[in-house]
Write a protein that binds this ligand. Sequence first.
Ligand code: SAM
Length: 289
Amino acid sequence: MIGREHIAVLSREVCENLIGTGCKVFVDATIGGAGHSIGLLERYRQLHIIGIDRDKEALDRAEVTLKGYSDRATLLRGNFRDLRQILGGIGVTSMDGILFDLGISSYQLSAGRGFSFNDDEGLDMRMDTRDVLTAYEIVNSFRQEEIARILYEYGEEWQSRRIAKAIFENRRKGRISTARELAAIVASVKKKTGRIHPATKTFQALRIAVNDELGSLSEGMDTAVQLLTPGGRIGIITFHSLEDRMVKQRFRKDSALTVLTPKAIRPGIDEIRSNPRARSAKLRIAEKN
Ligand SMILES: C[S@@+](CC[C@H](N)C(=O)[O-])C[C@H]1O[C@@H](n2cnc3c(N)ncnc32)[C@H](O)[C@@H]1O
């Protein structure tokens, strides 16, 4: 299917700051459409990239993007929380650099899985379609208090209780089966402020819960730090404060790391103008001692 084009965020900053001296094996833990990876492969001739994604469609896209580099790129399907096992499967036990570009890609927004409230799509939201839990399941069968908790914890949605109540009342009339229906229910109890859709935080929260994004990030970071060679760098691009806080604290508390970005790197105004998705991006980088 034809999807929206995904533009890699902060790609110049990633290219210029993530490859330390002697970096040979680099892991792109969220390869997506390979926007970052192609830039790295073009610039650093010595690099071999291992690209991971939990979404099969993303890997298919990456393969097309990287077809001229198949001798220097290996693509693997999996969740980066299982980094050790994924790399171990091809006999790799360490790496010289790693990038996590979190969240979903623009392609996934139009993948027919209910990530976008603008489309009439089934409420799914799984990045890996082999996983069991879907947004449909949460919205239609979780208890009202549990839905409120998810919206509050993962969406920082202060109207979580009102929204959960509206979901609960609506589902008594019948199943809530599309993203559009859910977005309309949220909009019926929450006013729009500025240009942001009232269901933005609800959708973020459900996506995080369905894909256990915070649990994956926590385990993925731990393993990545263990597997990095001395002098190797870890870079993480986040798109919301929950993730950014986790990364900032994780980097700070680890005596095995030197933080190279005391302040997160943010996109400039030109990048935000040409790619509005970049507006909330923050890149943090640390080096293994
Ligand atoms: C923002 S996109 C990456 C875009 C990519 N950097 C590019 O330039 O095209 C994030 C990608 O990470 C994948 N992803 C998210 N969480 C993951 C996880 N825990 N394990 C593996 N892949 C994950 C998503 O499926 C998505 O394709």
